[in-house]
Design a binder for this molecule. Structure first.
Ligand code: FE
Length: 427
């Protein structure tokens, strides 16, 4: 079974990554930041976790207000380092843990935390600024990373209480994962700071110390504080500390503190804490109950003939192909596909099997492989084929045979727009 061995709380200000990238170890202004992370690296060397679940917020880098989510879980196999305006930091790509992330997604949804799921998006300083300090000058990251992004920038945002309860659900999710994995939960953000308006530069070190005391000894008391009150106490952007409550909710009531530091060099109170998780391993019956709860909604769906539930595991496995199909919404992409299909496949690094399925217009094979139907209907529109021809092919029938089974056999349609030349079937 997977186990949460402990947790790290850390600020995620870009200052941390800046100090590292610019070799400020010996500069007295920056040295305390390095000193704060050295004990955490030592603790990690002792615990040797397999996976970090990192709770952070993106800063309009990979997530924007065209589609903004309260909770977005990274389910991908790897993540690029984000370019936040001046080129990406020189860090290796981050390995994900798609299998555990997929399990967490199913478990949290079963517990009625309706997440959004992401893959193929780079991670910004909210996640990687502190993680890069934990990596230090090692060639690779200390553990695989499951990012959990919290939308704290555009109100309404989740309440502190909701964050704490999500942490409790996260614990049930991790502890019901069957593989023996050692997991560290990393909560990021804060502490006090404000970076906008006339109050920019606001700090409250006394509140920061109180927050660090209370999140350790009495986290429940922090769940009743409103966003406005957090903003008043710790600065408007400092209210992102509610993300620490997700991390804290995943731990035992009593924790053992292994490290704590606080340093306020400029704009943001930089805090770090490390706790050992004191929770007993859940008993086998509890684990079995949660696993059954997770499986309940889709139980039996796989036995329905000719039916293939599109799960997150399938989505991760076929992400490249489905993105290729989804991009048929782009005129340049579909033109390239029509004029130079082999070049287009190559540009998108499709696998041999994926290319063969597309060349053969093997609609049934594409579904069996894991394509989402709504990508196939876009491909059909580009090819000038009505949806019913795709349905017929998936059934192993001719279009005429399938049409006979419809109440209105002559009804043909497609998602193609007004490009009449590609709708010759619509007489
Ligand atoms: Fe932030």
């Amino acid at each position: 079974m997977a186990r949460i061995v402990g947790a790290i709380g850390t600020s995620h200000t870009p200052t941390i990554g800046f100090a590292l990238d610019n070799d400020k170890q010996l500069d007295p202004v920056w040295a305390p930041i390095f000193a704060a992370y050295a004990p955490i690296r030592a603790w990690l060397a002792e615990k040797r976790p397999d996976v970090f679940v990192v709770i952070y917020n993106d800063h309009v880098t990979s997530f924007f207000f065209d589609h903004y989510s309260a909770f977005a879980l990274g389910v991908g196999e790897s993540y690029e380092v984000a370019d936040e305006g001046g080129g990406a930091r020189r860090l290796p790509p981050v390995q994900g843990h798609a299998a555990l992330a997929g399990h967490i997604a199913h478990s949290l949804m079963a517990d009625e935390f309706d997440l959004s799921l992401f893959q193929g998006k780079p991670l910004d300083h909210g996640c990687l600024s502190p993680l890069s300090m934990l990596k230090g000058d090692a060639a690779s990251w200390p553990a695989a990373v499951i990012p959990l992004a919290v939308g704290v920038l555009q109100f309404p945002i989740p309440t502190a209480r909701r964050c704490y309860r999500l942490g409790q659900a996260l614990r049930r999710a991790i502890e019901s994962y069957p593989e023996d994995l050692s997991v560290v939960v990393v909560g990021t953000g804060g502490l006090s700071h404000q970076v906008h308006g006339e109050r920019a530069g606001f700090n409250n070190p006394a509140w920061d110390e109180e927050f660090l005391d209370r999140i350790e000894k009495d986290p429940e008391s922090l769940t009743h504080i409103t966003h406005a009150e957090y903003a008043r106490l710790g600065g408007f952007e400092g209210a992102e500390v509610i993300m620490w409550l997700i991390m804290r909710g995943a731990l035992s009531a009593e924790v053992v503190r292994r490290h704590r530091s606080y340093y306020l060099p400029s704009m943001t109170g930089i805090a770090t804490v490390v706790w050992d998780n004191e929770a007993q391993a859940p008993d086998a019956a509890d684990v079995a109950r949660q696993q059954a709860h997770i499986a309940e909604q889709l139980a039996g769906a796989g036995d329905i003939p000719g039916t293939y539930p599109f799960t997150v595991a399938q989505s991760v496995r076929t992400f490249r192909l489905n993105r290729y199909l989804q991009q048929m919404t782009d005129p340049a992409h579909r033109r390239k596909f029509l004029e130079d299909p082999e070049g287009s496949f190559e540009d998108h690094a499709l696998s041999t099997e994926e290319r063969a399925l597309l060349r053969a217009r093997d609609w049934r094979g594409l579904i069996h492989y894991g394509a989402i139907f709504f990508g196939l209907e876009k491909l059909a529109a580009v090819l000038g084929i009505p949806n019913l021809a795709v349905y017929a092919a998936m059934r192993g029938e001719t279009l005429a045979q399938f049409q006979k089974s419809r109440n209105a056999p002559g009804a043909l349609y497609s998602v193609a727009g007004d490009r009449v030349d590609e709708k010759s079937w619509d007489k």
